[in-house]
Structure formats: C-alpha cells, structure tokens
Design a protein around this ligand. Structure first.
Ligand SMILES: [Zn+2]
Length: 140
C-alpha cells in the first residue's frame, strides 16, 4: 500500500549517477520519470537475482527505447543461468515478450560479477557485493 504495490525497484542517486537496484514493476514509472527529468544518459541496474518479480519491469524501462542512452545491467547470481545477458534475452523472447533485446535503441551492456567482489560501475562509485539469504541465492 505504501509504495504503490510495485515489485522491487529502488533508485539511489550517487552524485550525478543513477543506480537502480532490481527491475521489478516499479522500474516502469521510474524509467518514465528519468527520460523526462534526468540530466544523465546512462543508468546502472543491479539485479539481486533472477526471480521474475525482480526482473519483470526491465522490458518496460523507457531509457532502453531511447537512442544514445546507455544502460548497464549487472548481476552476480545469474551465471548458472548463462549470465545476465542470457537471462534478459530469455525474458525478452517469444512467447513472453514481443520485442527482443536487439530491437532496443539504447546501448546496453551486461556485466556478471561474483559475490564478494567490489565493483566499480561509475567513476568514484564502488559497490561491495555480498551473498544474500534468499531461496535460490541472491547477491546484493
Ligand atoms: Zn526472489
């Protein structure tokens, strides 16, 4: 009720950088707001794990459909599924979705990492990752 009934998606502003944690249904309204108000053209999305409630909003993230936007998608728990690129490809494939990743206009980068790694998605931004206690595994 408090957050509008969306599945997980949290925006964190870190200086001029926009970091997005999980791509639940909330990322749709976030993406719509970002294309209208953000003064940046690149975004980092971190997927804690591949459960559908944490990924289902990704194909509806408006910056993916804007030329010259850069969207980096990061995950640390999807290597057993072939990596984050493969997980997103599966999400955006027949019969689940009408568009494939190749049809998106943004420049999309996919990055896999391992739990415990410190990752450096943007200059001056360092995230320390760790394994989360979640059925099937998750990394945050
Ligand atoms: Zn889950």
């Amino acid at each position: 009720m408090r957050y509008g009934g969306n599945t997980p998606c949290v925006e964190v502003r870190c200086g001029a950088h926009t970091l997005i944690f999980d791509a639940g249904t909330g990322i749709r309204s976030l993406g719509n707001a970002l294309v209208q108000t953000a003064n940046t053209a690149d975004f980092d999305i971190f997927l804690s794990h591949g459960h559908i409630d944490h990924m289902i909003g990704l194909p509806f993230f408006a910056p993916l459909f804007v030329k010259d936007q850069v969207v980096r998608v990061w995950a640390g728990s999807l290597q057993p599924a072939g990596g984050v690129r493969e997980a997103v490809r599966k999400l955006m494939s027949f019969p689940f979705f009408p568009l494939q990743v190749d049809a998106l206009h943004a420049e999309i980068e996919f990055h896999d990492f391992h739990a415990g790694e410190a990752i450096n998605p943007r200059p001056g931004v360092i995230l320390q990752t760790a394994t989360l206690n979640h059925p099937g595994g998750a990394i945050g």
